[in-house]
Design a protein around this ligand. Structure first.
Ligand SMILES: Nc1ncnc2c1ncn2[C@@H]1O[C@H](COP(=O)(O)OP(=O)(O)OP(=O)(O)O)[C@@H](O)[C@H]1O
Ligand SMILES: [Mg+2]
Length: 561
């Protein structure tokens, strides 16, 4: 039976994510063994974090229905209102999942009377907690704490462990608007520390806010969670999802174009493929041009799902940020040309550098813009394309023919909008994936700036790393008997000696071999320095070759379900 919130027609399209599911599975197994670990999912909006949580819950319920770990899926978006309502609903929902495995009638759990008179009547932890919440009317912080502690007590009473899958986790901060609660994250942290029977897996679409909560040194939840990156799909998964939607394998050129235009973003893949299937009666006849046409209709016509999504993102994000008009101007400037520096942006909007910095920061806080190596970019190239078009008044008729769309299609072809903006954060995740695919293969040493052949290690553990004191940070630390410390710089300038020296120092203190990856290559001085100090070097082209080489050796499609 499907779980609520995850209907079977959605599940039928679920694609890939094997690596992430394995990480969630490992955390679940560790919880079962009494060693709870907590994970935080990071990724762009609509990249598939919620589906990943639900798929994991569904698999857990299928494979181990009476196992020691029971999943609890809770979306904080709807839940976090006032402290009292939050507390009651949280208790109700946790009890619902723990007792019915997500299968029962949820209504019976949503009000105290229904809950206590019905399913939870015999449960001491629930009745006591509900009574205590009732008694703590004047003390909202206590109410919240009581609710947060309920799952632990319930797990003890039921003699099980609970895996709390908390979606839109950052919404919990809303409780901070109540002066009596004031510091909700402190309450959460204190509660987590009392818990032994619970594992937490949290996700949120507000990337910047989430990073601040789990990654910043001054946050109470700093270092409580391990990060799991939910990335864009690789080309084979893009193709697999399109195949599921169309019911047939699209011709290769179609898959490639689809991946290129959507950047492997599953929500975009879904929307464009569905639109494309409406353009032709026989999906096996689809051409790459159909992908472009479907893309333009999806993004720029009022009937497009992507159009509405971009509109929503733009309006909502800007409403949250201050200085509406100027922010719009900056977004327009970056839609025309991104990768601008602060000074360049400031010049174009005719403002001073420090004012401009403030506005750019506001755009970063709402996840529209990211800064990398002093340059500013859209986080999402499709949104950039939308803003670029819409601010010029371009909007297309949902029924527009290919001939009418010709100029727009030609622009896409020319990649004037540079949809394939590659960002460092995405690159870092990709490099970690690559490291996980190392399996003792022998490759051309040239790809690492060495001569002769080079044998890759096999790593058992690959993750981004930050030392407990926050002093040392690397994009990837790969371990086995041997260790590698990896830095990824995705900028338009060649990397210099100073940056290499910084990595070398970090690598030495981690007893690791340094590997520096730079999009735009290295200065001659940096190359000499690397040779002298045994630093591995790769450029974007090397990385691409390495990726192809590993893909060949691992056989096709091993990642696609
Ligand atoms: N693994 C997947 N397989 C197939 N389709 C997917 C997958 N992941 C995401 N999608 C598509 O993308 C859409 C958005 O996914 P989901 O709601 O899980 O994203 P999210 O990261 O939780 O988004 P938000 O940031 O808005 O909460 C889904 O409705 C589905 O169409
Ligand atoms: Mg979601």
């Amino acid at each position: 039976m499907p779980i609520p919130f995850y209907p079977s027609h959605l599940r039928a399209l679920f694609t890939d994510r094997e690596r992430e599911l394995a990480q969630l599975q490992q955390a679940t197994a560790d919880l079962a063994a009494g060693r709870p670990r907590h994970l935080a999912l990071f990724g762009l909006r609509r990249i598939g974090k919620t589906l990943l949580l639900l798929e994991h819950a569904a698999r857990l319920l299928e494979t181990a229905p009476s196992g020691p770990v029971r999943p609890v899926y809770i979306d904080f978006e709807e839940l976090v209102t006032s402290p009292e309502l939050f507390s009651r609903r949280y208790v109700g929902l946790v009890t619902f999942w723990a007792l019915t495995q997500g299968q029962g009638e949820i209504e019976a759990f949503l009000t105290p009377t229904a809950l206590l008179g019905g399913p939870a009547a015999g449960l001491r932890s629930v009745t006591q907690t509900m009574a205590a919440i009732e008694n703590a009317r004047d003390d909202p912080a206590t109410q919240v704490t009581l609710a947060l502690d309920l799952p632990e007590k319930l797990a003890q009473e039921l003699d099980c462990r609970l895996l709390l899958l908390l979606d839109e986790f950052t919404e919990f901060a809303v409780l901070g608007n109540y002066p009596s609660v004031r510091r909700p994250w402190h309450l959460f942290r204190a509660a987590m520390q009392r818990h032994e029977h619970l594992g937490y897996i949290v996700a949120a679409s507000a990337i910047h806010a989430m990073e601040a909560i789990v990654q910043e040194g001054n946050s109470p939840l700093f270092l409580q969670f391990e990060m799991v990156a939910v990335s864009r799909f690789p080309p084979d998964a893009t193709l697999a999802l399109a195949e599921r939607i169309l019911g047939v394998t699209p011709p290769p050129g179609v898959g490639r174009r689809l991946h290129q235009l959507t950047g492997g973003h599953p929500f975009y893949i879904h929307a464009v493929t569905t639109r494309m299937s409406n353009l032709t009666a026989t999906p096996s006849d689809l051409q790459p041009e159909d992908v472009s046409q479907a893309f333009v209709l999806e993004v720029l016509s009022r009937r497009g799902q992507i159009y509405h999504y971009c509109r929503y993102l733009y309006d909502v994000s800007l409403r949250l940020a201050r200085g509406y008009g100027i922010l719009k101007a900056i977004l327009q400037v970056l839609a025309e040309e991104d990768g601008l520096t602060l000074t360049e942006v400031a010049r174009r909007i005719h403002k001073g550098a420090s004012t401009t910095r403030g506005y750019l920061r506001a755009l970063q806080e709402v996840d529209l813009v990211v800064e990398e190596g002093g340059e500013y970019f859209y986080r999402d190239p499709v949104l950039r394309y939308w803003v670029g078009a819409v601010t010029q008044g371009i909007e297309v008729d949902p029924a527009a023919s290919r001939a009418t769309l010709a100029p727009l299609l030609a622009d896409l072809e020319a990649e004037r909008f540079r949809l394939a903006t590659e960002l460092g954060a995405a690159k870092e995740a990709e490099v970690r994936e690559l490291l996980r695919d190392f399996a003792g293969q022998t490759v051309d040493g040239d790809l690492f700036g060495l001569s002769g052949d080079f044998r890759l290690p096999t790593f058992h553990r690959v993750a981004s790393y930050r030392s407990p004191d926050g002093q040392i940070e690397v994009d990837a630390l790969a371990e086995n008997g041997e260790r590698w410390a990896v830095e990824v710089k995705w900028r338009s300038k060649a990397a210099g000696k100073k940056e290499l020296a910084a990595l070398l120092e970090k690598a030495q203190s981690l007893s690791a071999r340094p590997w520096f990856i730079s999009r735009s290559g290295f200065t001659p001085a940096a190359r000499a320095y690397a040779a002298e100090h045994g630093i591995l070097l790769s450029t974007r082209a090397d990385l691409e070759k390495l990726r192809r080489r590993l893909r060949e050796s691992s056989g096709a499609d091993h990642r696609t379900r």
